[in-house]
Design a protein around this ligand. Structure first.
Ligand code: ADP
Ligand code: MG
Length: 268
């Protein structure tokens, strides 16, 4: 069995101290592939370099970084460099055979550059902007990941994809994790974040069908809308359960696996 685990930026920065040992336990029972985020750190470093960051909202209400030519360079440096290596070194310190990679390495994630983006302003007015360097995921190098996990390695993948012209492309980490889960035929996708799951009217929603997730997507705020989209994509690609859960609690992987206090998207 294979488990795909996505670690959000806050989970990397302020994880519960038990995360690594818990992950090690999980990796001793089944094959694990990790995908990480870390957008806040990209923003901080970009701004230190004097490159201010802007975000756009698509007509479907999905928020993303506007990734121009300078931004993709900084994004790649931070994600594939500092953030990826920080995750790998924490795992190695905890005795996990982690290997740091990105979607570029071994062409693990191939994507097509979005030429144009339809973005909406605060009033919902739509306009078309240059796509920049964001990508739509097209394929996953499943063989390479299977080779690594069969040998007992835990791949740690940064969300940078390889484009048609071999350019670097920014892809969302939740959605990258969903595609990897789909490609590897994983039964479960776990998105560890800084909240227990999806809240609606102040209450944690413990279960949702794909259909419900699609309709709730428009009601939740930024951050969560993309996780729901990723869950829907994962289920569409054959994953049985997509779990959004907190990484800030004791033994977060075990808890998510047991589906305690989290949101599960499934068709059961
Ligand atoms: P990550 O870095 O783990 O990907 P994000 O910040 O992108 O996390 O997304 C998680 C965030 O989504 C939460 O911290 C919360 O602020 C936000 N959010 C917006 N709407 C909701 C909602 N309805 N329920 C839970 N979280 C929500
Ligand atoms: Mg996010």
């Amino acid at each position: 069995m294979v488990l795909i685990l996505k670690l959000g930026g806050d989970v990397i920065e302020q994880a519960h101290s038990s995360l690594i040992s818990d992950l090690k336990r999980a990796a001793s029972k089944e094959r694990v592939v990790i995908v990480h985020g870390g957008g806040d750190e990209v923003t901080q470093i970009a701004e230190k370099l004097g490159k201010s960051q802007t975000f756009v909202v698509s007509s479907e209400g999905i928020r993303s970084r506007y990734t121009d030519a300078e931004t993709i360079e900084i994004y790649t440096m931070v994600m594939c460099g500092k953030t990826n290596k920080k995750v790998v070194s924490s795992l190695q310190k905890g005795g996990v055979s982690a290997i740091g990679l990105s979607g570029v390495d071994g062409a693990i994630i191939r994507a097509v550059r979005k030429k144009k983006l339809i973005v909406a302003d605060d009033r919902g007015r739509k306009r078309i902007v240059e796509g920049g360097y964001t990508g739509q995921i097209k394929s996953i190098n499943k063989d390479l990941l299977l080779t690594l996990i069969q040998k007992g390695y835990v791949p740690v993948i940064a969300p940078v994809a390889l484009g048609d012209e071999f350019e670097f492309l920014n892809v969302d980490a939740d959605r990258a994790a969903a595609h990897i889960a789909g490609a590897l035929g994983a039964k479960r996708l776990i998105l560890l974040t800084d909240v227990a799951g999806v809240y609606l009217e102040g209450k944690l929603v413990s279960k949702m069908t794909v259909h419900e997730a699609k309709s709730v997507m428009k009601k939740v705020g930024f951050g969560m809308e993309k996780k729901l989209l990723a869950c829907v994509e994962a289920l569409t690609m054959g994953v049985n359960r997509a779990i959004i859960s907190s990484g800030m609690v004791q033994n977060p992987v075990t808890r998510a696996t047991k589906e305690e206090r989290c949101t599960v998207v499934s068709n059961e």
